[in-house]
Ligand binder design. Structure first.
Ligand SMILES: [Cu+2]
Length: 248
């Protein structure tokens, strides 16, 4: 029996050491999630890891206890089965503690959700993304600063945004349901035909990341990927000017 606990302890120690390395080396060690580049990603990651740790520890405790009981109370010749009718104190404890954890998690996640998916903050740039089998059509306002006018700048699968600026993305679909997913931003939203979606984001560093379609949208779903370039405002304006110059 002692061996089971040794194995459980070894597993937990292994998890702890991987986590400790992640903390010690910062971004150098990626245990689970990809690099994060948005303002709200740390809050989401924090919740994710808190939930992972709570559920991981509970999983080990429950499975460990189950194993212990399986072995300790296994059928043996000459040993009568032991009957139990529960224990009120223990049942109160294992009801109240999870309830407190769940309520605390509900309030914590609601706060993050309201920040990320509630009313967007004032934006510096507005972009329209229209999903289509199997590309991302991206529309920027032209010189008049307004979307859906003659001087709009259109690109396919190439999204550029300036770093440290709040960007409002208007999301639509031409055909079927797609899902606009930016893993490094920790944001994902369905693009549904007939519904005007909306999300906002702000990048904290320059980077090149991918736009992924996270909804099986047809045979070409696998190749529905776009490229998001986060760059300095100067580089962004130069890029916009170059795109406008191409008359696209
Ligand atoms: Cu798609």
């Amino acid at each position: 029996m002692r061996r089971v606990w040794v194995w459980l302890a070894a597993g937990l120690t292994g998890c702890l050491s991987i986590q400790a390395k992640a903390w010690a080396f910062g971004t150098a060690v990626r245990v689970w999630l990809p690099e994060s580049v948005s303002t709200f990603a740390p809050a989401i990651d924090h919740l994710f890891y808190v939930i992972l740790w709570i559920t991981g520890i509970v999983f080990l405790l429950v499975q460990g206890t189950l194993l212990y009981f399986l072995i300790r109370y296994r059928r043996r010749p000459g040993v009568p089965a032991a009957y139990t009718h529960g224990n009120v104190a223990v049942e109160i404890v294992w009801t109240v503690i999870p309830s407190i954890i769940m309520i605390w998690l509900a309030f914590s996640s609601q706060r993050v959700w309201a920040h990320v998916r509630g009313t967007p903050p004032p934006h510096d740039l507005e972009i329209e993304v229209t999903a289509e089998q199997f590309v991302w059509n991206i529309r920027y306002a032209g010189a008049d600063g307004k979307l859906n006018t003659d001087d709009d700048i259109l690109t396919i699968n190439q999204l550029h945004i300036p770093v440290h600026k709040t960007v409002l993305v208007r999301l639509r679909s031409k055909d079927v349901i797609h899902s606009f997913f930016l893993p490094q931003f920790r944001i994902k939203q369905d693009a549904v035909p007939g519904i005007n979606g909306r999300l906002w984001l702000q990048a904290v560093k320059e980077a090149n990341v991918e736009i992924v379609c996270a909804e099986l949208c047809g045979l070409g779903h696998y190749r529905m990927r776009g490229f998001l370039t986060i760059e300095t405002p100067d580089a962004f304006h130069a890029w916009i000017a170059s795109q406008a110059g191409q008359g696209t």
